[in-house]
Design a protein. Structure first.
Length: 152
């Protein structure tokens, strides 16, 4: 299982995702460009001392990400409020990549079209969206539960 972030624009959220990944023993791919200067000091404010415990790959573009994942034969599961499929209605695979979009605007239509699956976390009426890290944690927890990938 792997987490991926599409052009993230919030360093604190990236730090929180890295901490989440470290704690659940999954790797992270960051599709650049980022909307902030990649600075370990900024990431460490939320990621704390967990940052050294997570494997992070930074890729220069969406096309580089797509080429890599296709070479590896991995499925891309996009978390999006525009999905019609609930996250808990999907059968996850151990090599899935769970992709989160930019905090400010999600992902462009081309990324939506490239995703193998699009899932959403159902929300109470009147609520628009969860924080990206919260949504990733919910979906990652379910995916790891299904694939017996939770740490012992």
């Amino acid at each position: 299982m792997q987490l991926a972030l599409f052009e993230p624009d919030n360093a604190a959220n990236v730090g929180a995702v890295l901490r989440l990944a470290a704690c659940l023993a999954v790797s992270v791919v960051v599709v650049e460009p980022c909307g902030f200067v990649w600075d370990p000091r900024r990431l460490r404010r939320v990621g704390l001392d967990y940052l050294e415990r997570v494997a992070v790959t930074r890729l220069p573009s969406w096309s580089a990400f797509e080429a890599r994942r296709r070479d590896e034969g991995r499925r891309c599961v996009l978390l999006t409020t525009a999905a019609t499929t609930r996250f808990d209605a999907v059968a996850y695979r151990p090599d899935d990549i769970l992709l989160g979009g930019r905090e400010s605007q999600g992902v462009p239509q081309a990324v939506h079209a490239s995703a193998d699956l699009r899932v959403k976390v159902p929300l109470a009426p009147g609520c628009r969206s969860l924080n990206l890290v919260t949504a990733l944690a919910i979906v990652l927890g379910e995916a790891l539960r299904q694939t017996d990938g939770l740490p012992a």
